[in-house]
Design a protein around this ligand. Structure first.
Ligand code: TXA
Ligand code: MG
Length: 337
């Protein structure tokens, strides 16, 4: 199959929407990362998404809607708290897990009775949902296990020949995937995957926000994941990633003792001046780190890095999302100095 690169012109967005209506898969930019979109109600199209990514069948897809009020068409019941959160965070990088109805096939929900609903704010994704008139199932547009794509070029590299088209919308704004939450009561939510809607932001609208254990910890054998995505190895470039938590001086000393000429380091903006080994930087604060992380992991592979020491980010605010992606990329290996 030839993969067509489309622009953000209205004519091209109409083409993208037509492809979706015909059961094809299209790479689409969103404000978080690029998604691989297809009609969420078309079982065949959804099966093809799993095949293109090489994704395990029990890992559910998020369903993207143009407006949160459409949620009633795809769910059995919607708590008041979901509407309240939607008022503040939709459209935007928040996914709410809700009980699904029969309009969402089991292939889409990975066999679960629930469905993750998200209303993306990116104008291209929003327009394609509107023009297609379909709910769009869209996982991140990477090969399963590899870092999520934050540019059309990343999507092309993973999906060329496997999907009908990719729409080029430039670099993703946030750079990490949406915050996924389960609503446990009218006053309590559980974060299943951290993102740019932070715990602190959610706490403005409910009494309790639990950070699921699996966000920072490896699942024990036999433990079930609240979010199936948590049990798979993720975000891993080919390089061996080692997270090192500590001040710059201690980090530098650690690298100096571990064959610095055979590794790269991923350090913060501002660290460069006193770092004597090969490095790349990934931003100076959590938002910048979120924006740059996946692109930098891909770049490290492109230059053939085999071992990468990463200066561990803060776990505060958006930092938790960055930390969560890195700890998975590192296979939960963190060196604390
Ligand atoms: O920002 C995003 O969320 C991007 C863009 C394209 O919207 N999409 C994305 O999808 O990251 P994906 O499939 O790569 O990640 C979805 C995550 C997975 O970890 C999955 O297990 C979880 O959300 N998830 C989806 N539906 C769920 C459900 N019903 N219950 C629990 N977890 C769910
Ligand atoms: Mg993904």
């Amino acid at each position: 199959m030839e993969t067509v690169l489309l622009s953000d012109s209205e004519a091209d967005l109409i083409k993208a929407a037509e492809l979706i209506k015909n059961g094809e898969i299209v790479g689409i930019p969103t404000e978080t990362v690029y998604g691989l979109g297809a009609d969420a109600s078309n079982e065949n199209a959804v099966r093809n998404i799993f095949a293109a990514k090489g994704r395990p069948a029990d890992n559910p897809l998020i369903v993207h809607l143009a407006d949160f009020s459409d949620v009633v068409n795809y769910t059995r019941s919607v708590p008041e708290l979901a509407y309240k959160l939607a008022e503040h965070f939709c459209p935007g990088p928040l996914t709410m897990v809700l009980p699904k109805n029969d309009s969402i096939p089991m292939v889409t929900s990975g066999g679960l009775e629930t469905v993750g609903i998200r209303v993306p704010s990116h104008p291209i994704m929003h327009r394609i949902i509107q023009l297609s008139g379909r709910p769009i199932a869209a996982p991140s547009a990477n090969t399963s296990g590899y870092p999520s794509p934050t540019s059309a070029n990343h999507v092309m590299r993973d999906m060329n020949g496997k999907v009908a088209a990719v729409v080029d919308g430039g670099e993703s704004e946030f750079g990490v995937e949406s915050t996924v939450i389960a609503i446990e009561s009218e006053s309590r939510v559980r974060i299943l995957r951290p993102g740019c809607v932070t715990r602190e932001m959610l706490l403005e609208y409910c009494d309790e926000v639990i950070i699921d254990h699996a966000i920072l910890n490896e699942l024990e054998a036999g433990e079930t994941a609240a979010s199936p995505g948590m049990k798979y190895k993720h975000y891993s470039p080919k390089a061996d990633i080692i997270m090192v938590e500590g001040e710059l001086e201690a980090f530098t000393e650690y690298v100096s003792k571990h064959e610095p000429d055979k590794s790269f380091s991923l350090i913060f903006d501002g660290d460069e001046g006193s770092f004597p080994y090969r490095y790349m930087t990934y931003g100076g604060n959590s938002l910048q780190q979120a924006h740059q992380l996946f692109a930098k992991l891909r770049e490290l592979d492109d230059i053939g890095a085999e071992k990468v020491y990463v200066r561990a980010p803060s776990k505060e605010g958006v930092g938790l999302a960055v930390y969560n992606r890195l700890i998975r990329a590192a296979g939960f290996e963190v060196i604390r100095i």
